[in-house]
Design a protein. Structure first.
Lengths: 443, 443
């Protein structure tokens, strides 16, 4: 039994509780007791605001190598994608393990306790499978374990280079050839204590309706999370409408993909029917605002989706930055830009997206909250730095959501293990490993 | 003579130069020599990317006390303003000095070497002048000196609570009663080595056209910068059109306010004629994207203004965050959200706004560039932290603009004086002073 005393802790309400004692045993929270204004003898003091573990629900780990390298010239999502493919094409299991390990360690420093890795870089050059056809998946799973975070390996089916087109160039590394072959490969992957296997329909561009139904059926039968990129760009909507006479969301609904196990990633350009389908199905919408802003995707309508019944999660996606606080506030701030009004999403609702609802969409319903029986994830944000100086207990939740940065995260506990202490990763020199892995990947 | 060796330095081009030796004498840069790959004996090593000093061209220092305190409930700019007025109303010269000193020190940590303080909180309770009617202005000037940054005290004329309305409540502290009285008061303020006095027309809401012409005339005769809040919110445009039959920009143009000495702050909601007036007049537009996003103001059109001939500067305004890198990239990123395209503004153009053009609009034409005879301001950004890990010399400018955070600033030299070393302010415990000053101001 380890006892933690939190100066302030967020237990899910609009404000923080002062003096919260959390008893941890075997990686789980045993008890949570508020109103304990002095630390009990022997308790570890967590000064600042302690949050539940944060879930980064949408990651393409290799894209960390693109940070600061795609900001010249003009272009669009589609020209950016060419640069992204070049990095993908250079990776092998060894170099990807190194890059993902460092990237997940950067996430750990930012308070991320579980990552959803939306993984499509499956095969070797030209699409030839590795000896173990899951070698890339296993590299990502190993990377997360070494970085100390849980992973949901969201293994993506990717068959086409565009609607009706074969995969071309680097896309050949993504394709299993058929949805059946995808399922057969993924069957060999197993859940572990810190690993969940999920499924993804990469997008309606890359997966035809018949294949989408197979992937969705597999997820249903094996009771696994199912994710898909949905309507990130208007061009995807146009192509889908032209080819199939319906929106990506409607097409996915027909493939029986939309349910409470489903997460629509981005969900930026939706019509009223799409909102009804996602909300009525109780789906999750994973928004990635820093990437969507970087890639000129547009502004989603999260309040509208939430009102329709959808839950919300957050991802750093291309890793232009890795900072879940910035993602969380951007949901609200971008809606302000679009609407001219403030206050669409409360700080507590944004934190719930970053924690409990993010974990749920990754298949960790027992994580993301500070409550007895939950996994013992604790993320302590210092209020003593210059960004948060002046914060008082009654505005700590607001202040952290709207003004904290990843560098304010001081301590991170994952399943009861202390991964980050005083802002440093326990086992990885994160900046050095990032530097080496990126130079290798971006060369 | 002090000699600095910059591992990388930005000298104004699209990329950084490697191995730049900067000789500093009497607060000025004497020589700049590139291509010196080994530090000369006795030189101070500046590792990372060294930038010229950054100018924070629009600040309301007291609003730092609002950070993290206005993010509950719903509302708009106008409901936020009520909270802002409550903080303003509680300040006196002593408490404002403490708050501004800590806020300017936070700016110094973020690489700001000159601040433009748009100052309208002139008088005591009920509008009664202090014994020295410039006591509040002098508190701000003292605060900047103690924090080690230059200040342009942009003294704002503020006469009306809205078009045709008398000032009410806390607004009475802002008003001098007439533009003539404003000018008489401001005449008593003097430029110093690290101080410039500028003028402001608070807005067309608060200054009628006749008074605006007086302020503009005073700025012209005394050769001083002139700033005004312009079209931050659609409601201002509507009220102005209704009262005067023209836009705020057109009204200011008729008052002879628009010239190369003029800075339009925000300039968010402009029509084609406004863009032509500001661009044709060679005015500066100071955008404050983090505040504009927080306050639901909307997205400006900076590329269009630049193409018309306007220059660009940046301000942290309400200090929701103080991070000029975040301001700079937000100019581009918000235009991406509005347009669906990337690459409206280059990293170098955004850095120029943050440095040379920002300084110019504050009346410091001799600052904001690393060049001989310029003021010796140097801001060194470490590339060794996790956010920027993986940066190479050829992408350092892009990476810093699009991915750096204020905590990456390691060393700051202002007029040859070392204000920040290894991320710490030389004389001020910034977080502690912020905390104390904010608790006092927000109480």
């Amino acid at each position: 039994m380890t006892v933690y005393w939190c100066e302030l802790a967020w237990l899910g309400g609009p404000t923080a509780e002062a003096g919260v004692v959390v008893e941890v045993e075997d990686g789980r929270i045993a008890t949570v007791t508020g109103g304990t204004l002095r630390p009990p003898p022997g308790a570890r003091r967590l000064e600042g605001l302690t949050l539940p573990g944060l879930a980064n629900a949408h990651s393409h780990a290799f894209q960390r190598a693109l940070r600061g390298r795609t900001q010249h010239g003009s272009g669009s999502f589609w020209t950016w994608r060419e640069q992204m493919y070049r990095v993908a094409d250079g990776l092998d299991p060894e170099s990807y393990l190194a890059l993902a390990r460092a990237t997940y360690a950067e996430m750990a420093l930012a308070g991320v306790t579980a990552v959803g890795e939306f993984h499509y870089l499956h095969h070797g050059a030209g699409g030839v499978p590795y000896g173990d056809p899951n070698e890339m998946s296993r590299a990502l799973i190993a990377a997360a374990a070494e970085a100390g975070v849980r992973i949901t390996l969201i293994d993506a089916c990717y068959l086409h280079g565009g609607i009706g087109e074969p995969p071309a160039g680097p896309q050949r590394r993504f394709s299993d050839g058929s949805a059946e072959a995808w399922a057969e490969r993924v069957e060999a992957l197993r859940d572990e204590e810190s690993v969940r296997i999920g499924a993804a329909i990469h997008s309606v561009r890359a997966v035809d309706p018949g294949a989408a139904a197979i992937v969705a059926g597999w997820a249903l039968e094996s009771d696994r999370p199912l994710h898909a990129h949905v309507s990130e760009q208007p061009a995807e909507n146009h192509a889908c409408l032209e080819a199939y006479g319906r929106t990506p969301t409607a097409l996915l609904a027909e493939a029986d993909a939309i349910s409470a196990r489903f997460t629509a990633v981005h969900a930026t350009h939706l019509d009223d029917g799409d909102v009804t389908l996602l909300g009525g199905g109780g789906a999750c919408c994973c928004v990635c605002p820093t990437t969507e802003r970087d890639l000129a995707d547009g502004i989603g309508q999260m309040r509208r989706l939430a009102e329709a019944g959808a839950s919300l999660s957050l991802g750093s996606d291309s890793h232009a930055v890795i900072d879940l606080f910035e993602e969380a506030r951007a949901v609200e701030l971008d809606e302000r830009l679009a609407s001219g009004e403030r206050g669409h999403n409360t700080a507590a609702a944004l934190l719930r997206a970053a924690s409990e609802d993010g974990h749920a969409c990754l298949g960790w319903p027992d994580a993301g909250r500070i409550a007895s029986e939950a996994r013992a994830d604790l993320v302590t944000v210092s209020l003593a730095g210059v960004r948060l100086a002046g914060t008082e207990p009654e505005n700590a939740v607001q202040a952290v959501v709207f003004a904290a940065g990843a560098p304010d995260v001081r301590h991170v506990l994952v399943d009861g293990r202390e991964i980050v202490r005083d802002g440093r990763h326990g086992t990885i020199d994160v900046a050095r490993e990032l530097h080496e892995a990126i130079l290798r990947a971006a060369a």
